[in-house]
Design a protein around this ligand. Structure first.
Ligand code: PLP
Length: 312
């Protein structure tokens, strides 16, 4: 397969180690610990295009930057990224590519060089960008299994670290689910409690109340999860609660959805063959999707501090 065929989303330029480089030049060596051992941490960040004001809003960069630095720290990768630097690098990449639509970035740091497994540097940084909305069927919802693969445990491969290597656990489960005819899958952790999806956090609704697993359930501490908790406080009488969720609650929940920067808010309409809300996205999920989109695209003045304009 030629490099040209790898090209996704008509992106001309990417960011590598401080420079904006043509797509074809954004390559790293097969000898790097990043390639050999998966020594890479990243953030998936969105930029939302607002057609009315002809600008793009980067969403909650401060929170992504904080989590990125936490991942770097836990993986003993000795660099720190400032929020301003992250914003500038994302904005420069958008401007160089002259992008005027919604995008998804992967902002990453990796162990470069040709050192051994214990190598801690040099640390490289890279940013990819794709012109894309949610990869899921947000309109109609998706069908999930409960995976028989368990979520990585905090005492082996903590999901709190957003490390590329963690996604082997996600891939095993997701590929099995697809093989079995599902759209995606839901992980239990080693305590048998609901954890999250392969690339998204999870909420259920019971008795009209939003519930999500606590941050100690072997999940990534999602920025979107936090956004939904915050929005639900404003929107509903009963704000979201964080508590362990049993597998069997998935079979009787009134509504279920995944949420993440890349996935956005995705209704889950069937779990293991049990219909959720007659296989239709539920009312609370639909209200959240609407308000979330108004907030991320800046169609409401609310939560302006979560948005950073690129072109303004
Ligand atoms: C494993 C996993 N959990 C949860 C999430 C949701 O996190 P966020 O809302 O910060 O994007 C993601 C998204 O990238 C993820 O990969």
């Amino acid at each position: 397969m030629s490099r040209r065929e790898w090209k996704t989303g008509e992106i001309e330029y990417l960011f590598l180690n401080g420079d904006i480089v043509p797509y074809e030049k954004a390559v790293i060596h097969i000898f790097t610990p990043a390639y050999r051992y998966g020594a890479m941490v990243f953030e998936g960040i969105r930029g939302y295009w607002n057609e009315e004001i002809k600008d793009m809003y980067l969403f909650r960069v401060a929170e992504h930057c904080k989590r990125f630095n936490q991942s770097l720290k836990m993986m003993r990768m000795d660099i720190e990224i400032k929020e301003e630097e992250m914003v500038n690098n994302l904005a420069d990449l958008v401007k160089k590519n002259e992008i005027h639509q919604t995008v998804h970035f992967i902002y990453s740091a990796y162990v470069d060089g040709d050192g051994p497994m214990s190598s801690r540097g040099p640390i490289g940084t890279a940013i990819t960008v794709r012109k894309t909305g949610s990869t899921y069927d947000v309109e109609n919802g998706i069908r999930c299994s409960v995976s028989n693969w368990r979520r990585n445990a905090d005492d082996s491969c903590p999901m709190r670290i957003k490390a590329a290597a963690n996604y082997q656990n996600s891939r095993l489960a997701l590929l099995q689910a697809k093989q079995d005819g599902y759209d995606s899958t839901i992980f239990l952790n080693h305590n048998g409690k609901v954890s999250e999806g392969p690339g998204a956090c999870l909420f259920i609704v019971r008795e009209g109340r939003l519930i999500t697993p606590p941050v100690t359930s072997d999940i990534l501490e999602g920025v979107t999860r936090d956004t939904i908790i915050r929005l639900s406080e404003e929107m509903f009488n009963n704000p979201a609660i964080e508590r362990p969720i049993d597998r069997s609650e998935l079979y009787i929940a009134e509504e279920i959805f995944f949420c993440g920067s890349g996935a956005e808010i995705v209704p889950i309409v069937n779990v293991d063959g049990f219909a959720v809300n007659n296989e239709k996205p539920g009312e609370i999920t639909r209200q959240l999707i609407k308000v979330y989109h108004e907030v991320v695209t800046g169609k409401t003045p609310d939560h302006a501090a979560w948005r950073t304009a690129v072109y303004a």
